[in-house]
Write a protein that binds this ligand. Sequence first.
Ligand code: BG6
Length: 484
Amino acid sequence: VSETGSLSIIVLGASGDLAKKKTFPALFNLYHQGFLNPDEVHIFGYARTKISDEELRDRIRGYLVDEKKASDKAEALSKFLKLIKYVNGPYDSEEGFKKLDKAISEHEVSKKSSEGSSRRLFYFALPPSVYPPVSKMIKAWCTNKSDLGGWTRIVVEKPFGKDLESAEQLSSQIGELFNESQIYRIDHYLGKELVQNMLVLRFANRFFLPLWNRDNIANVQIVFREDFGTEGRGGYFDEYGIIRDIIQNHLLQILCLIAMEKPISLKPEHIRDEKVKVLQSVVPIKDEEVVLGQYEGYRDDPTVPNDSNTPTFATTILRIDNERWEGVPFILKAGKAMSSKKADIRIQFKDVPGDIFKCHNQGRNEFIIRLQPSEAMYMKLTVKQPGLEMQTAQSELDLSYKQRYQDVSIPEAYERLILDTIRGDQQHFVRRDELKAAWEIFTPLLHRIDNGEVKSIPYKQGSRGPTEADQLLKKAGYMQTHGY
Ligand code: BG6
């Protein structure tokens, strides 16, 4: 694998939302920080719309920098935009892809890289329905042809299918064209700072090692909330729902990192092997351990059917049937149009046996990892209330990233992950067997929801979701702590 030489990054679906809001800004930040060498790199936008290079640059410019802070990046911005070329064409016929290949080849020659190798990264900011034709066209017309080394890689975004069958079909179609080592399935939660911290936390800290099991942990909660609804993307959302949008991928990936055994090394395959084992140990989800919700007003969106049962909120309990976790509920909860925007992992420990202080009702030890906003880790523990009396109270050990790492700016998930794709590191990407195992867990439940056998309960916008979800948590043994 050559790590120098010309690098072409091709953003397919260049005029779409994902490209504008995530892909191009991440590329710009990488460029600005010196991770994309201007002597090697060229960026191509590809889409159906007929626009000029300049028009594409105008469309994305506003997303690349914060207007208020634009001045210090103005020079980098104009240099970066000059690296972007646009090619238009259809997604399913050769004409556009031949044109694209010609443009890439010209760039490769113009860079006259010493090795003459060719690195081609295709980023699919596209609807999954066109993944198969686009993959075929790339394979036929646009792969790296240099004898002097290099590679061709494709980056695909979720949703990878709608259920086990469609996902497997998609995987086979793409798998016939590219090796697994060329396919990067992005789950952007794996690029978040505190998600990447998970393995360090677990396996580099002595005091977590003996506690991280069913003997000590009462339950684990992985919670995602957004304080806005599905405005503007109701059509997409209604077909998928919150389980496919958030839980089956983002939250399940986090569950794997919390529950997996120690990998034999940090090699991506060793880590992913352990994640697959966790997924394969999850037992079928029971309907009585699921609460679905739909916020009031969701169906006002003209692209959403009036009788939609699509959940915009779900709490599901996953159970891992292995030696470490038997009996410990993993509560996965996600909701749109809730009271706040937050993503947390909460690990709640069991009560202390023989409670001589009679302080059980004050709350349990809990270890909380706040993924966003304001990254933090904190631990709830019981202390003596300062003063003359022997009274106990809950307090916190707090590691807030803003305070502790004041001078470090935390990279965006997409920046890290795109850099990984260029470097050829697949650790933070979802392997085919992992994807399959993830769909195996949720497909039966999703089919029951699609058939209307499990109903969504209405909840108010800006609320905590249906109260039934809190009751489910209680039943699962979660002890509500003050202020949560
Ligand atoms: C996406 C979902 O994968 O993640 C969106 O499709 C959701 O519905 C988004 O809003 C949340 O990502 P983040 O990084 O803002 O938490």
